[in-house]
Design a protein around this ligand. Structure first.
Ligand SMILES: Cc1cc2nc3c(=O)[nH]c(=O)nc-3n(C[C@H](O)[C@H](O)[C@H](O)COP(=O)(O)OP(=O)(O)OC[C@H]3O[C@@H](n4cnc5c(N)ncnc54)[C@H](O)[C@@H]3O)c2cc1C
Length: 406
């Protein structure tokens, strides 16, 4: 059997998991190649801790090659063209042929798509934004704080709500909460709506308990940086003194320009196999769109990119070894919600359940915050620290009966 080349586009959550799983399962004669334009990985859940000064950027950033198993090739290059009809990709000006392709290019932030956003909004959704937000908080002495979701879809449905709860925590620690009025504005009917009404009500309850107003179903038309107002198509404007927000998202240009994209720019895949209509081409993670039984899309979240990556790696390994691919993605997911005060909520469930995802009421407390810290150490740590964090997570998930893939 001649050696095969598996190209993985994107070295984020999905790309890393897929590459490492393939390297474990395939003989060394087969090449596993990851192409990423940044060459370094940022642990996104901790961006929210950078935003409130609990982490320094260096603590949540790591060279990509240090997260990949030995034997995985890494190329730092921009993917410029994907041609699934010819089974080639152009990256860094070079044409590369593949036997199997995994597209894991994520979702890009597009602040320019909402007039006024780039001028006046702070965003914790990337490292420069989270760092700048932390700096801007130092000069804020009180007033109206708006936490905004500019448009859907966006990654991590919990993140805007965690942003509000962590900012609340920050203002309390600084002894200035009584000088701050806080409100969330979103086009969504409820927080984390895909997970169902129980989850939505639980998160609204968390906001209310902290005196944070929740304003759903808003059609934001633009932001006025001079007046410091949010303009909506379906209600009167809201004014703010400090704006923290989720910018609009779009799929990466190279994907939008490829035959893989649907009219909205995302890649439609089979929800169980992650296969695209093109032979030996898979797509995983934020770049995909997967409609659920209730008509809503599977959320863009690292936990799904992770599970999908494991499925795709197993399917490719099975095919390379001459077997019919059998592994399927089950739609199981979990999520932490940072609540401030050293506490977090945690929920897990079956997002492929019909007619609606089955996600029970989140459990909450200090233990869950500790679980999130362990999760960070497991992803980012090395040697003994990583092993210890992994053991802690495994033991905790067994005792509490939550997904073992943690
Ligand atoms: C503030 C915040 C908090 C979050 N918290 C959580 C959480 O608690 N739990 C959770 O499950 N998810 C969370 N997420 C979401 C999670 O980060 C994403 O869903 C996850 O990273 C998606 O993985 P991916 O592999 O699809 O894409 P990504 O991890 O975004 O990786 C895509 C990679 O592709 C590369 N790339 C893009 N275009 C090109 C190109 N043209 N050429 C070369 N390389 C390219 C990028 O450099 C990047 O490394 C959070 C996100 C944010 C912003």
């Amino acid at each position: 059997m001649a050696g095969k080349t598996i190209l993985i586009l994107g070295g984020g959550v999905g790309g890393i998991v897929t590459a490492n799983a393939l390297r474990r399962q395939l003989d060394p004669e087969h090449r596993v190649v990851v192409i990423d334009k940044r060459g370094e990985y940022v642990f996104t859940p901790s961006l929210l801790w950078v935003m409130v000064g609990w982490r320094q950027p260096a603590q949540i950033t790591k060279d990509l090659s240090r997260l990949l198993h030995s034997g995985v090739e890494v190329r730092r290059a921009e993917v410029q063209e994907i041609d699934p009809e010819r089974s080639v990709v152009r990256a860094g000006g070079e044409e590369l042929a593949y036997d199997y392709l995994v597209v894991a290019l994520g979702a890009d932030l597009a602040p320019e798509a909402m007039p006024g956003f780039a001028e006046v909004a702070h965003t914790p959704f990337d490292l420069p934004g989270a760092t700048a937000l932390w700096s801007a908080l130092q000069g804020f002495e009180g007033g109206r704080v708006a936490v905004l979701v500019a448009a859907t879809p966006y990654k991590c449905p919990a993140a805007p709500y965690e942003t509000a709860l962590l900012l609340d925590d920050h203002f309390r620690r600084r002894g200035m909460r009584d000088r701050v009025e806080m409100a969330v504005y979103t086009p969504e009917p409820a927080p984390m709506g895909v997970a169902g009404p129980v989850m939505g009500q639980a998160v609204v309850g968390m906001l209310q308990a902290k005196g944070i107003a929740f304003n759903p179903q808003l059609n934001l038309t633009h932001i006025d940086p001079a007046q410091k107002t949010l303009a909506f198509g379906n209600r009167e404007p809201a004014s703010f003194d400090f704006l923290a927000g989720v910018p609009p998202h779009k799929s990466p240009r190279v994907v939008r320009d490829s035959p893989l994209a649907n009219p909205a720019g995302w890649v439609a895949v089979d929800k169980r196999t992650l296969a695209t209509p093109f032979e030996n081409v898979y797509a995983i993670g934020d770049v995909t769109t997967i409609p659920l039984a209730n008509g809503k899309p599977l959320p863009k979240a690292g936990v799904f990119a992770h599970g999908e990556g494991e499925t795709v790696a197993a399917r490719i390994a099975e095919a390379v070894q001459g077997a019919a691919p059998r592994n399927e993605f089950d739609g199981m997911g979990y999520c932490w919600i940072e609540m401030g005060g050293g506490s977090a909520g945690f929920a897990s469930g079956d997002f492929y359940a019909e007619p609606d995802p089955e996600v029970p009421h989140p459990r909450a407390g200090r233990l869950w915050h500790t679980g999130k810290v362990l999760y960070e150490k497991w992803w980012m740590g090395e040697g003994l620290a990583r092993t210890a964090a992994g053991l802690g997570l495994r033991l905790g998930s067994k005792l509490l009966g939550i997904p073992a893939s943690l």
